[in-house]
Design a protein around this ligand. Structure first.
Ligand SMILES: *[C@@H]1O[C@H](CO)[C@@H](O)[C@H](O)[C@H]1NC(C)=O
Ligand SMILES: *[C@@H]1O[C@H](CO)[C@@H](O)[C@H](O)[C@H]1NC(C)=O
Ligand SMILES: *[C@@H]1O[C@H](CO)[C@@H](O)[C@H](O)[C@H]1NC(C)=O
Ligand SMILES: *[C@@H]1O[C@H](CO)[C@@H](O)[C@H](O)[C@H]1NC(C)=O
Ligand SMILES: *[C@@H]1O[C@H](CO)[C@@H](O)[C@H](O)[C@H]1NC(C)=O
Ligand SMILES: *[C@@H]1O[C@H](CO)[C@@H](O)[C@H](O)[C@H]1NC(C)=O
Ligand SMILES: *[C@@H]1O[C@H](CO)[C@@H](O)[C@H](O)[C@H]1NC(C)=O
Ligand SMILES: *[C@@H]1O[C@H](CO)[C@@H](O)[C@H](O)[C@H]1NC(C)=O
Ligand SMILES: *[C@@H]1O[C@H](CO)[C@@H](O)[C@H](O)[C@H]1NC(C)=O
Length: 586
């Protein structure tokens, strides 16, 4: 036995030497070739972190999930209240090099706590807008989410009294932004347009650069529009070594711009590159590509029309959209978001109101591409909470502007809580934040007594119908947009306009627009009758009042917290199948 063993060992070590030498040779040959041909990992990256999350209700049992994710798959018809509670997600991040790293959560419903390597770093309130987590020094992420009723998180109302559902989970994407400590664009790059006409337009770009003055002497910014360099870039010397951040406000004149409109949604790619030298070689440290569309929206004094790129627009025909889908709630993939925008356009609408919260980025991207005007709204519904709630709602206004102000499709910023009583102070502040973030942004709100918003956007059911709006003039002759019509005014009597617990009489119920696809021809024709009657009346009213357009209630059937049944005034059902009235709008 002993002899045998020795023999084998000697034999192996001899063969090992040869194998090792050959392996080493191959390895060296390849690594020399690779180091010449391929750069090491890029200095900047944007990586989707949707795969490989673990999910748990109790931190004991974990299952693997992929984002977008919903904590509980809900039945299509409500048999019990939508799930509310606490849940957890955890994951390790893929990069552990010495880079500046930010993790962006596109949405987390709706109270989030985040730990990085066991250290609590973020407490975030609000379920519809993104937030960042600094992961420069860690890669072990744990997230705790709560979607229980909370009167300081807009919409604030308890779910059991709310006319929609808000679901749960990490229901949008998570992104990892990797950048260099030495030189990078800060997170926010703002684009807006001034003096737009067919012969020229000014594109204004605002951004900040952070650099390490100890290791870099100079850098260069390149500006490209659809791949063409806009002007030769200057080398910028870091003359003042005490500054490690520089703010830029650049104006570029584009000659003969291809303007964006719902009929010709022309887009450009604006690309900003940040370069500096490592030794004698110039390296791209950072790059940001932004999809832009050059256009202007304006109202002219005492005119009831909206001017797009200087041209008077006809009556705008629009709709309202809730973002949920059956079973998965809010955890809707990008393709389905784009498909919703496509269906809205295919129904013949030029405009969509994002009732009653900011939609996904994928939905807005699709609206940019398809040419759908958007009214973007903060989360709110028949609730005006205390000062903490109000501060959170104002923060929603700012975060909505930061996320979305570069989208050409957005024409109104609804910095107003839907059908909620609001103080003058709150409305003035909300309006002012929009202007601070986007100086020529236009606001809308449902209350006009204080004369704050640029556009008065009530729903048709808010006043006596059908004649009220025909002779109505908003304060100071401001334009009106009828933000909802066709449902509630055919459902509740005038005296029950805001009373959600009111149950209509059978006679009225027969006239309702709430008709499911299975409700038969009589019901589906009634729905068409109502929508056309209300819409025609709105158009007629636009002859005598400053009404620029309307949006029906609603595009897709949806579920809600306060009632057991599906709200069925959609022109498509919750599965996105058309009812007769879809073809009426076409
Ligand atoms: C990750 O962090 C959690 C605490 O948040 C800790 O329990 C776990 O052991 C950590 N895992 C690793 C691999 O570091
Ligand atoms: C993120 O963390 C890094 C490393 O601690 C730090 O240098 C950087 O300033 C932080 N960034 C922000 C936005 O807090
Ligand atoms: C850019 O810097 C300016 C002042 O230096 C500051 O007011 C602004 O908030 C910064 N913007 C961003 C997006 O960091
Ligand atoms: C377009 O705008 C520019 C800058 O405001 C102005 O100088 C020019 O006269 C305008 N052209 C037309 C055709 O309106
Ligand atoms: C940005 O666009 C340019 C073309 O203008 C392209 O070469 C580059 O790969 C894009 N970069 C990113 C980060 O998407
Ligand atoms: C707008 O019209 C109102 C009356 O209809 C008038 O009082 C006001 O001065 C006008 N404003 C402008 C800017 O023309
Ligand atoms: C608002 O209400 C919440 C909970 O009901 C409370 O924690 C908070 O302190 C209140 N804020 C103010 C400013 O009263
Ligand atoms: C709402 O309607 C219900 C049923 O008709 C009624 O009992 C209740 O008093 C109404 N509430 C209000 C605030 O009017
Ligand atoms: C419902 O329709 C009937 C006729 O179809 C009409 O007599 C009745 O007034 C309508 N009710 C309401 C509330 O519109």
């Amino acid at each position: 036995m002993y002899e045998n063993k020795t023999h084998i060992r000697v034999c192996l070590s001899f063969r090992c030497k040869i194998v090792l030498l050959v392996t080493l040779f191959i390895y060296l040959w390849f690594s020399i070739r690779w180091s010449h041909n391929l750069p090491s990992r890029p200095l900047f990256e944007k990586i989707l972190i949707d795969d490989d999350w673990e999910f748990s209700f109790d931190e004991l049992t974990w299952i693997m999930v992929t984002l977008p994710h919903t904590p509980r798959v809900e039945p299509i018809e409500k048999v019990e209240q939508q799930w509310q509670g606490t849940c957890f997600y955890r994951r390790k991040l893929p990069i552990v090099d010495n880079s500046y790293r930010i993790l962006q959560f596109d949405a987390a419903m709706h109270e989030a706590d985040v730990w990085v390597d066991g250290v609590h770093v973020v407490h975030h309130l609000g379920g519809y807008l993104p937030f960042d987590v600094n992961v420069s020094h860690g890669n072990n992420i744990t997230v705790r989410l709560r979607n229980t009723d909370n009167p300081i998180i807009p919409p604030g109302k308890t779910l059991s009294e709310l006319d929609f559902n808000y679901y749960g989970g990490l229901y949008r994407h998570v992104w990892l932004f990797k950048k260099s400590y030495q030189l990078r664009f800060d997170r926010d790059i703002r684009v807006q347009y001034e003096n737009v006409n067919r012969s020229q337009a000014t594109v204004r770009i605002r951004f900040n650069i952070t650099h390490d003055q100890n290791t870099l002497k100079r850098y260069r910014i390149r500006y490209l529009l659809n791949g063409d360099e806009l002007f030769p870039s200057k080398v910028i010397d870091l003359a003042n070594p005490s500054m490690n951040s520089v703010a830029y406000d650049i104006k570029i004149i584009v000659i003969h711009p291809r303007l964006w409109s719902p009929w010709k949604p022309n887009l450009y790619t604006l690309s900003l590159g940040l370069r500096s030298n490592i030794g004698t070689k110039e390296i791209v440290f950072d790059q940001e590509n932004i999809t832009i569309g050059i256009r202007s929206f304006e109202f002219r004094s005492n005119s009831s029309f909206l001017f797009l790129n200087g041209e008077k627009l006809d009556f705008l025909v629009g709709t309202n959209r809730h973002q949920e889908y059956p079973y998965v709630g809010y955890a809707v993939p990008d393709r389905a978001q784009r498909r919703d925008a496509y269906k809205i356009k295919a129904a013949g609408f030029h405009l969509v109101r994002c009732s009653h919260y900011p939609p996904s980025i994928a939905f807005l991207d699709a609206c940019d591409r398809l040419g759908l005007l958007v009214i973007n709204s903060i989360p709110g519904w028949q609730f005006f909470g205390n000062k903490t709630f109000q501060a959170n709602a104002l923060d929603d206004v700012r975060q909505m502007m930061r996320r979305d102000s570069n989208h050409p499709c957005i024409f109104l910023w609804e910095a107003s809580l839907n059908e909620s009583p609001m103080s003058r102070e709150f409305m003035a502040r909300a309006h002012a934040i929009v202007k601070e973030e986007l100086s020529n942004g236009l606001t809308s709100g449902w209350l006009d007594e204080e004369n704050i918003y640029d556009v008065f956007a009530p729903a048709r059911q808010h006043r006596d119908r059908p004649y009220f709006y025909r002779f109505y003039r908003a304060k100071n002759n401001k334009p009106i947009f009828l933000a909802e019509y066709g449902d509630w005014e055919y459902y509740a009597s005038k005296n029950h306009n805001f009373n959600q617990t009111f149950l209509p009489q059978l006679e009225q119920f027969q006239n309702t627009s709430r008709q499911r696809r299975c409700d038969g021809e009589r019901g589906l024709l009634q729905q068409i009758f109502n929508f056309q009657e209300a819409h025609n009346d709105n158009r007629l009213a636009s002859k005598t009042a400053c009404i620029i357009g309307d949006a029906n209630w609603v595009m897709f059937d949806y579920k809600r917290g306060y009632a057991p049944d599906i709200e069925a005034s959609g022109i498509m059902d919750i599965n996105r199948l058309p009812k007769f009235v879809f073809y009426f709008y076409q």
